[in-house]
Ligand binder design. Sequence first.
Ligand code: HEC
Length: 162
Amino acid sequence: MRKKSKSIGLILAGLAVPVMMTSWGLAQPGKFTSPSEGYIPHLGEIMSAIQARHVKLWYAGKAANWDLAAFELRQLKANLVDAARLYTGIPVSNVTTMAEPMQSVEAAIGAKDARRFSQAYAGLTEACNGCHVSMQRPFIVIHAPTEPQPLGDQSLSPQHRP
Ligand code: HEC
C-alpha cells in the first residue's frame, strides 16, 4: 500500500504540484484549525465536488473566463488527488489516465483556445466515464453540461467590474 501511494504521488507529480501550491497559499498552518480536521469524505462526496467543478469548468471555458476555468481545473485535480490518496483501492492506472486529458485542458486554457478547449474537455469527460465503467459504475455517465445552466447562484462569465 505504501509503495502504491508513492507511485501515485510520483505519477501525479505534475498534478500534485499545483495542488500543493494551492494549499500552501490557503492553508496557513496553525492559523485556521478546522474542527473537521481528520474528516474523510466519502468517495461519492469527492465525486460530487468533481462533478460541480466539471460543470463550472465547462461554462467558464464557454464564457472565455479563462482565469476561472484554470481555477476550476486546479480544484478538480485537487479532488482527484484526494480520491487517489484516500481511496487506495482505486487502481493507479485509473487515476493516471486522467493526467493527459487534464494537461490538454490546461494547455487549451493557457492558449485561450475555445476550440481546443471543447476537444480537450471531451477527452477529459471520456476519461471520467472510463473509470466509472472499469470500477463497476457504468451507470454514472458524464457528458458536457447542457442548458439550462445549473449552479445559478454563481456568475461563470467574466465580470467587468468598474
Ligand atoms: C479513478 C476513477 C474515477 C475517475 C477518474 C472519476 N470517477 Fe467519478 N466515480 C468513481 C467511483 C468509484 C464512483 C462511485 C463512488 C461511490 O460508490 O460512492 C464515482 C462516482 C461519481 C459520481 C456520482 C456521485 C454521487 O454520489 O452521486 C459522479 C457525478 C462522478 N463520479 C463524476 C465524475 C467526473 C465528472 C469525473 C471526471 C472529471 C469523474 N467522476 C472521474 C470513480 C472515478
